[in-house]
Design a protein around this ligand. Structure first.
Ligand code: PLP
Length: 458
């Protein structure tokens, strides 16, 4: 491609993105395709000869876009709704252009240092300790896996050479994300050594039950090693009582990891700082700007106050990667499994500078307000009930009927193409779950969702 062609197609692509981000609701939020439909529409083998960009871009619109679930759609209210804001998209574009790899400081000083700077800003904005070390990973799942590996390294320093000692135990609540259990599986601790601590009526980990499980394991000769608390659980956005959990961790010298993948972002607004209370006593914490901080996927931020343990667990420098840098030069490859390190900080920097802390706080505040307004509407309709408190921007509720009726409501609402809701199971019953987190979502979109839900039972 000549530079001139690149310029022409680049303008075309940016024009497409500008129109798309201005009007994502032109598309149905959920595509009406069946499994395998896109695969069948695409050639079975890649082209022998290069094709024209005109043909590739035309197929993008003709085939790819119609098979896309539009996370940018203001009616996307499933899982945790997210936004790839325009500023973040531009950052991602330039990341692709630079195509850097920040495995070592010298392989891209900008990747290493801008990451440290943006993660410091984020610590300041969310009230986390200033002396923590931060690194980005692709996802919170990867981050939590690294936290569990670091916890194991702290408890069992020989693990990296002779393999993991048996009997190390991880504790997390019944409501925590599956990535915690997966992390324990991945580092070889085994699912049998993951304790799911019971929760209270508001789906928060019960510290008394945690303490009891630890005592029971100790009595059986097992080795408690790590506790993961959640700030903003996946189903209900509940906040575990981190200060009480930290007390127990300190008593038993256990690694405390906090999964704040969703709700950590809320702390950029001072009135939600309460959610991170006690987290300054944690050993590590993950939060995902790609969830609620308007940053395109992927961007997960991992903090630890014990980076030397993470480094001890993962640093392995072959001959071909040794450097004679200034010892202050940070080599990000020492802090995890991946060698390559994407320039994620560039898009985060674009987002943080373009919105400012106040801009991000205002969006989060608005999302929470929309959710609270909807919660009140639901409370006022005797046919429905809320199934969990609504501390942030996710509302869990159900029609006072059977699970089957509630699943039918979800399916019918989703079939409209206007709104995408997901569900979960709470106290053994299926419940609808409406998550607000998209930059473009307004009161009108939430009203439309509520209207559609009610229309299914009228
Ligand atoms: N932790 C929590 C609380 C989540 O809700 C999720 C996903 O929704 C994750 C972790 C996993 O996030 P990721 O997709 O970044 O691995």
């Amino acid at each position: 491609m000549t530079p001139e062609e690149f310029r022409r197609y680049g303008h075309q692509a940016i024009d497409w993105v500008a129109d798309y981000l201005a009007h994502p609701e032109r598309y149905p939020v959920l595509p009406s395709v069946t499994p395998g439909q896109l695969t069948d529409a695409l050639p079975a083998c890649g082209p022998e000869r290069g094709e024209s960009m005109d043909a590739i871009l035309a197929d993008f619109e003709r085939l790819i876009v119609p098979a896309t679930t539009h996370w940018n759609h203001p009616g996307f209210m499933a899982y945790f709704a997210t936004s790839g804001s325009p500023a973040g998209v531009l950052g991602e574009l330039l990341t692709a252009a630079l195509n850097g790899n920040g495995m070592l400081w010298k392989t891209s000083p900008a990747i290493t240092e801008l990451e440290q700077v943006t993660l410091r800003w984020l610590r300041q904005w969310t009230g986390l300790p200033d002396d923590w070390f931060g690194v980005t990973y692709d996802t919170a799942s990867t981050a939590s896996m690294h936290a569990i590996a670091a916890a194991r390294e702290a408890a069992d320093p020989g693990a990296r050479t002779r393999g993991a000692a048996p009997g190390l135990v991880v504790y997390t609540s019944e409501q925590s994300h599956s990535s915690i259990e997966k992390g324990a599986m991945a580092v070889g601790m085994g699912q049998d050594h993951v304790r799911k601590v019971p929760v209270d009526a508001e789906f928060r980990m019960r510290p008394d039950a945690l303490a009891e499980l630890i005592e029971r394991d100790l009595a059986r000769g097992l080795r408690p090693c790590c506790v993961t608390a959640t700030v903003g659980t996946t189903s209900t956005t509940s906040v575990d009582p981190v200060p009480a959990i930290a007390d127990i961790c300190e008593r038993h010298a256990l690694w405390l990891h906090v999964d704040a993948a969703y709700a950590g972002s809320a702390a950029v607004a001072p009135e939600f700082r309460w959610a991170l209370a006690g987290c300054e006593r944690a050993d590590s914490l993950v939060t995902n700007p790609h969830k609620w901080l308007m940053t395109p996927v992927d961007c997960s931020v991992f903090y630890t106050r014990r980076p030397e343990i993470l480094r001890r667990a993962f640093s392995l420098v072959p001959e071909y990667l040794t450097t004679k840098d200034d010892p202050r030069a940070l080599n990000l490859m020492d802090y995890g499994v991946p060698l390559g390190h994407r320039f994620r900080a560039l898009k985060l920097w674009f987002v943080m500078r373009s919105f400012g802390r106040e801009g991000l706080a205002a969006l989060i505040r608005e999302h929470v307000r929309l959710a609270q307004d909807l919660a009140r509407e639901i409370d006022g309709d005797p046919r429905f009930e809320r199934t969990a408190p609504t501390p942030f921007s996710v509302v869990c509720f159900r029609y006072k009927g059977s699970d089957e009726e509630n699943r039918r409501i979800q399916d019918r609402v989703n079939a409209t193409g206007d709104i995408f809701l997901s569900g979960t199971v709470l106290n053994g019953r299926f419940t609808l779950r409406l998550a607000i987190g998209n930059q473009a979502t307004t009161a009108a979109h939430v009203a439309r969702a509520w209207e559609l839900v009610r229309a299914q039972v009228a």
